[in-house]
Design a protein around this ligand. Sequence first.
Ligand code: PRP
Length: 187
Amino acid sequence: MTSIAIPALTKDLVRVLIDADTIQRRVDELAYQINKEYEGIEESLILVGVLKGSFIFLADLCRKLKIPHVVDFISLSSYGASSQSTGNVRLIMDTRENLQGRHVMIVEDILDSGFTLDYLCRNFKARDPDSLKTVVLLDKPDRRKVNVELDYVGFEIPDVWVVGYGLDYAERYRTLPYIAEMVPVTD
Ligand code: PRP
């Protein structure tokens, strides 16, 4: 087996918050719980990844699922170019699947203010799915502005800016295998 070099921290990456092995172990645990909860379902569970941040988490999670499932995506935007959620969530690209009467699970990389997931849950509930659950890799409870019910959570993290494993800073660092704390270098 070839070993993969772990990209080193750069000047603005302060520390590794969650290393790659720890992420993979937690994804295994989440998949185990989901497999157990949905065991025996006849209709496929629709996993809806929220682009772009969830794409790596979703790819790892779905490959650990033994239950029938299909993958779909939705694209929303709330941050724009800023690092603060505006609360003004926009739908950029909808799912291809019709969610009515289906088992649906929203797959998110991070829950911050909660505006994005709150919008999505309300939007999806209006489509009358058979069931609707959420799985979020990272939860930043200190930043919450709106209450959102979570079904599966990977890690609770402090109020720091994080990148890697799908999460970006101005589109950088998404493909790091670990999650790092970032403080933009201003000089
Ligand atoms: C991020 C993240 C979540 C959302 C969470 O998306 O992927 O979807 O913000 O924040 P909230 O709880 O404050 O709403 P972003 O708009 O940065 O887009 P991206 O996933 O394409 O990077």
